[in-house]
Design a protein. Structure first.
Length: 254
């Protein structure tokens, strides 16, 4: 059973983020910092994050900030740094595929500047900021994990279907950022495993418009997906170059 003392879940309002927070609490983490950007996200609506905050006031530390902006990450680092001097588990769960203005582009005709840049900002930038502002707290003697929820569609080698330009491109960028972060962390904080994770198709806000006709056996609950990803996190060896894994332990090419 994995045991991480201090954890930071970025994007804990979301389906996967709130589940990671719950899982870390169940596994005995002493302090779980949970970030969220507004009081209206899915986790708040479903009540999961709110219930965790209410039920574990001494162990769950909510931080309201927009982690896609540098000033938001500075605030997150300030609050965490006032409470602890080490972080042992960090996962970024912020990401987006569609919003009220845009859905994934099926063809080049649908590409637009706003959506493209927003995808990079939301899907790739928070992980870079997390690495920048938390490298110091991850430099210690204990085992540690720095992970981000990527997506299989971000793998260049695995791309057979095309489409979803902004999402694919921004997840490919996220993967490259993780590969770079792994190399720098290996020099600066060699105790840290750096991982990109594919959660499978999970029943959350992000997947809901695309999962209606899916075989229910292939649509995971957040509970199932997060448990499987935690097993992967625990079982894989540290790779000094970082690595990309699916929920079932399959190694995905970058
Ligand atoms: N669900 C799947 O099938 C699936 C598959 C592959 C990869 N993933 C990846 O898993 C990660 C978590 O997604 P999820 O399934 O848990 O979806 P979700 O429930 O929609 O959660 C998405 C998270 O990202 C935050 N977010 C979205 N847009 C944002 C923005 N513009 N600025 C700041 N924060 C923003 C959300 O905050 P609010 O709660 O405030 O909106 C929420 O915390 C994402 O990176 C996604 O790409 C999911």
């Amino acid at each position: 059973m994995y045991k991480f003392e201090n954890a930071l879940i970025n994007g804990a309002n979301g389906g996967l983020g709130s589940q990671f927070a719950e899982e870390l609490i169940k596994c005995g983490a002493s302090k779980v910092f949970v970030t969220y950007r507004s009081d209206t996200g899915a986790g708040v609506q479903s009540g999961k994050l709110a219930a965790l905050i209410q039920n574990y006031p001494d162990r769950i530390h909510p931080i309201k900030a927009d982690s896609t902006k540098e000033e938001g990450m500075v605030e997150i680092a300030r609050v965490v740094g006032e409470e602890v001097s080490e972080i042992h588990f960090l996962v970024n769960c912020v990401g987006y595929l569609h919003n009220s203005d845009h859905g994934p582009e099926k063809s080049l005709r649908k590409i637009n500047e706003e959506q493209f840049l927003e995808a990079v900002r939301v899907n790739a930038f928070p992980t870079v900021l997390l690495a920048k502002y938390f490298m110091k707290l991850m430099r210690h003697k204990k085992e540690a994990v720095f992970a981000a929820i990527s997506a299989r569609v971000g793998s260049i080698e695995d791309n057979r279907a095309g489409g979803w330009y902004s999402y694919r491109g921004s997840k490919a960028m996220l993967n490259m950022m993780l590969s770079n972060i792994a190399i720098e962390f290996n020099r600066s904080c060699p105790n840290v495993k750096v991982l990109a994770l594919h959660p499978g198709t999970v029943d959350t806000n992000l997947s809901s418009p695309f999962s209606k006709n899916m075989d229910p056996d292939h649509l995971f609950t957040p509970e199932y997906s997060v448990k499987r990803m935690m097993d992967v996190i625990e079982s894989v060896d540290k790779n000094p170059l970082g690595a990309f894994y699916a929920w079932d332990g399959e190694r995905i090419p970058w």
